[in-house]
Design a binder for this molecule. Structure first.
Ligand code: CA
Length: 232
């Protein structure tokens, strides 16, 4: 998942980015509100990790602006990324800040200092809710995908899936049956400035088909890829 981290403490920010990358996400880091808003105008993110005390203002202002003012249409996200899941991070222990955050449209909060694993678990819970799912595992035909454990089984047999492949599979499954373009998938899997081969997505799809069968990921020529709503 593509995650925007808005955090001005470089140590915390890089720790979060490392933990996110290790969990298969593609994080981008901004140290202030202006940078975050600029990033939100050009990219579609799957989630925001938002610090409140930032050098150019309060994260709650960004949150309010995000929920109120649609960013321009981007591919696959028709001008309303305002419902992007937001997890606020705060060192403040005042309950009023948390209430204000939730009332401003945050989906959840986490109080610093926190364990990276708890942050990742809260993100997974937000993604589940955003996808309208309450159960942690995704069952699709003979497949069972566990986003927390990063495991896939087919007819109960574990299948070894690489990090980016897993992220690609998860993105297509969670948005099914929407067709996702190569550009959108690249944006979901790779952060700003990460080098990637022009055929990276094709290669991941090829590997997934080899491991999970040809019928799972469908190609729409010249458009992109999708997974059908129901297994065929
Ligand atoms: Ca801060």
């Amino acid at each position: 998942m593509r995650v925007l981290v808005v955090e001005d403490d470089p140590g915390i920010a890089s720790g979060l980015a490392t933990a996110l990358r290790a969990d298969g996400h593609a994080p981008d880091v901004c140290g202030n509100l202006a940078g975050a808003w600029a990033a939100l105008r050009v990219e579609a993110f799957d989630a925001l990790l938002l610090d409140l005390g930032l050098p150019d203002g309060d994260g709650l202002d960004l949150l309010a602006r995000l929920r109120r003012q649609p960013t321009p249409a981007s591919e696959g996200h028709p001008g309303t990324p305002s419902d992007v899941p937001v997890l606020i991070m705060t060192a403040r222990d005042g309950v009023s800040d948390r209430i204000a955050g939730l009332d401003s449209g945050a989906d959840d909060y986490i109080v610093k200092p926190f364990d990276a694993n708890e942050m990742l678990a809260r993100l997974r819970a937000m993604f589940r809710r955003a996808g309208g799912r309450a159960r942690p595992q995704i069952e699709y035909g003979a497949l069972v995908i566990d986003p927390a454990a990063h495991t896939v089984t087919r007819d109960g047999v574990p299948v070894s899936i690489g990090g980016r492949e897993f992220a690609l599979l998860l993105a297509l499954l969670q948005d099914r049956p929407r067709v996702m373009s190569k550009a959108r998938l690249e944006a979901a899997l790779y952060g700003f400035g990460e080098g990637l081969e022009s055929n990276a997505i094709e290669v991941h799809v090829h590997h997934l088909r080899r491991k999970l069968g040809d019928g799972l990921i469908r190609t729409v020529r010249g458009v992109g890829y999708f997974i059908p709503e129901q297994p065929g």
